[in-house]
Structures are given as C-alpha cells and as structure tokens.
Design a protein around this ligand. Structure first.
Ligand SMILES: CC(C)(COP(=O)(O)OP(=O)(O)OC[C@H]1O[C@@H](n2cnc3c(N)ncnc32)[C@H](O)[C@@H]1OP(=O)(O)O)[C@@H](O)C(=O)NCCC(=O)NCCS
Length: 196
C-alpha cells in the first residue's frame, strides 16, 4: 500500500506518532495559529487531538486498508526536515465532500509548500479516494491561504459573517470550493503522473 507521495523534494506521508512532536511545536506558535480558530495549543492538547487519528491510520495500514483518516505530514524528502501538515476532513452527512486544511511551519513560508500541499490534496481527493468536491475556508485577512486556494484552482463561494469567535473577537469565514469537474482531465492526469 502506498504511504508516501513525492513531488520534487517534498514528501507527503500519512501522519505517524513520530511526527507529533514537530506538529505540536508548530501548533504552539502564535504566528502559525494567527488566522486559525484553534491554537496556539499546548503540546499535550495537540497530542490528545492527534493521537486517536494516528492510531486509526496505523491500525488501517496494519490491516492493509486505505486509512479513513486523511492527515499527512509534509517533509523535505532529502533531509527529512519538517515542513508542515495537510488534511482532508469529511463533511458531515454526505460522502465525497471534504474540507481541506494545511499548516506550514513559519520557517518554511513562501517557498511554495502551501500551494504544493493544496495541489497534493486535490490529487489525493479526486484521484485516490474518489471525492466529488473539496471545500476550502479561511478567516478573512488570511491572504496567504486565499492565494494558495486560488492557485490550486479553487473558486470563491462567498462569506459567512461572524462565523468564528475567539475570546471577545469574531471572524468572518471566506468560502471556496473545487468540484471534480472543474479540474481538467489533463490536470488530474498530470497530478497522477507526478504522485504515482
Ligand atoms: C497560508 C500558508 C499555508 C501559506 O503557505 P506558503 O507555503 O507560504 O504558501 P506558498 O509559498 O505556496 O505561497 C502561495 C502564494 O501565497 C502568497 N502568500 C503566502 N503567504 C502570504 C501572506 N502572508 N500574505 C500574502 N500573500 C501570501 C505567496 O506570495 C504566493 O503567491 P504568488 O505565487 O502569487 O507569489 C502558510 O502561511 C500557513 O500555513 N499559515 C499558517 C496556517 C494557516 O493559516 N493555514 C491555513 C488555514 S485556512
């Protein structure tokens, strides 16, 4: 079973126990969590959230099944250096529609990794697990995340007002989507050729 996908010097692998310290370190940073509705988190909180997900991935792989939990760690292939993580989270009450997520560590910003992560999720969703739609969202003002989704072909879908609350503050949610039929067959094939 394939557990690692490579593009140039970037590798995407199912998230494992050994990745959690670096993920926790990334998610403890104000810079990384500035535009997210969770975090910064203490190490034990990140561990508590991810440990069951990792266990479910590891159990599936042991049984030779494709994991139901689509959480990936991104590393530089040659050095193994940690870059970040990305994920597809199933949307409730439907099959084949996933919310995309990506966090790149602040030491690695603006090197193309966010866009590479989003492109990988497009490949995994449409070429590997048969999704029909990807949903993207971000807090208003998260221009980096908006740009990543636009570069990966997502279409703006609107704005939900005062969607997230953190302390006394409220944040609008900007919505994006990508339907499988929005992606040209040639692009899906190109992604398949890169990652297979
Ligand atoms: C948002 C994030 C994923 C961008 O990742 P990245 O690796 O820096 O993105 P890329 O290098 O692929 O850049 C993609 C584009 O966004 C632009 N960009 C990146 N960060 C930006 C920022 N803070 N402000 C404006 N534009 C930004 C880049 O210049 C590039 O545009 P270009 O190709 O037109 O020059 C990264 O900053 C991050 O993980 N932030 C913290 C977590 C987060 O907000 N996740 C998203 C939650 S919805």
């Amino acid at each position: 079973m394939k557990t690692k996908w490579i593009k140039d010097d970037i590798s995407f692998s199912y998230c494992m126990e050994a990745d959690l310290k670096e993920i926790a370190s990334m998610l403890s940073k104000e810079s990384v969590c500035k535009y997210m509705f969770f975090g910064p988190n203490k190490e034990e909180d990140t561990m508590a959230y991810f440990s069951p997900l990792v266990k479910s991935i590891e159990d599936s792989l042991k049984d030779g099944r494709t994991p139901d939990c689509h959480v990936f760690t991104i590393r530089e292939k040659s050095s193994g250096e940690f870059i970040g993580q990305c994920a597809l989270l199933p949307i409730e009450f439907t099959n084949g529609n996933y919310l995309i997520g990506y966090q790149i560590d602040d030491t690695q910003w603006k090197k193309g990794y966010g866009t590479a992560a989003c492109d990988f999720l497009v490949h995994y969703a449409f070429n590997v697990i048969g999704a029909f739609r990807l949903t993207g969202d971000c807090v208003r003002d998260n221009s980096g995340s908006e740009r990543v989704m636009i570069k990966s072909g997502f279409m703006p879908e609107g704005r939900q007002r005062k969607y997230w609350s953190v302390g006394e503050r409220y944040f609008d949610r900007i919505l994006f989507s990508l339907l499988k039929e929005d992606v040209p067959e040639s692009r899906l094939k190109e992604l398949n050729d890169i990652y297979s």
